[in-house]
Design a protein around this ligand. Structure first.
Ligand code: FES
Length: 246
């Protein structure tokens, strides 16, 4: 027989629409069975205990990226994290850092999306649309594989130590997405497009603290992307200096 155990969930509560509201933890006691995810617990709290609790979710299967939050100090997706996996019966839930809280576990992602848009995250073609689909070899596809897996959950953005001191920093997700298109055999963006990220708010801002890699639930390695973009910029500069044309 599966036994249920009582857990305490301490959830950060805040409502920016309430003037003078202060962020505070509210505790909920919930009986759970092994295997239950944090998202399932949140749904139960909202449906059965406190209908005012706010959080984001959609797919419930680590695909949409909506449910990113801080779970016992670790950034992860609530729908893929089992409540019983921490070895403690107290679970602390907080919203993603580096973004303003709208309500409870829901953060304002406007800046994340603004930075993302800045790298022009789409397949760039210089000519008119082709008559038929543009082919890609398996080897070429493998080059972009890890970056295609990004679900834009902003776990990396929340974990990045640079964003907390430089809100203009593009951030790991945006730079990893740029790398995804730079590496794509079908993309024809001019090399000069990299100049957009050639600044301290772009690739040179990264501390290489690897926090983004640690936080990514999809095993994307944004720091690797940033280092590769730096290398490309450096090579371009060296070529320019030596008068070498491509
Ligand atoms: S609900 Fe979609 S990633 Fe968690």
């Amino acid at each position: 027989m599966i036994r249920a155990s009582a857990y305490t969930f301490k959830i950060l509560r805040f409502d920016r629409k309430e003037p003078g509201d202060k962020a505070r933890f509210q505790s909920y006691r919930v009986r759970i069975i092994p295997g239950l995810t944090i998202l399932a617990v949140l749904n139960r709290i909202r449906d059965e205990i406190d209908g005012t609790l706010s959080f984001r979710s959609s797919c419930r299967s680590a695909v949409c990226g909506s449910c990113a939050m801080v779970i016992n100090g670790r950034i992860d997706l609530a729908c893929r994290t089992q409540a019983a996996s921490f070895g403690t019966d107290t679970i602390i839930l907080e919203p993603l850092p580096n973004m303003d809280i709208i309500k409870d576990l829901v953060v304002d992602m406007t800046r994340f999306w603004t930075m993302y848009e800045k790298v022009k995250p789409w397949l760039y073609r210089s000519g008119p649309d082709p008559e038929k689909e543009i082919g890609q070899t398996e080897d070429a596809r493998a080059l972009i594989d890890q970056f295609v897996h990004c679900i834009l959950c902003a776990c990396c953005y929340g974990a990045c130590p640079v964003i907390s001191r430089d809100p203009e920093y593009l951030g790991p997700a945006a730079l990893a997405k740029l790398e995804r298109f730079v590496l794509d055999s079908r993309d024809e963006r001019p090399r000069s497009a990299l100049n957009e990220v050639n600044s301290e708010h772009g690739v040179w801002g990264c501390d290489t603290a690897l926090k983004c890699i640690e936080a990514c639930p999809k095993n994307v390695r944004p720091t690797d992307a940033i280092i590769d973009l730096r290398k490309r910029l450096f090579i371009d500069k060296a070529r320019q200096f030596l008068g070498i044309r491509k």
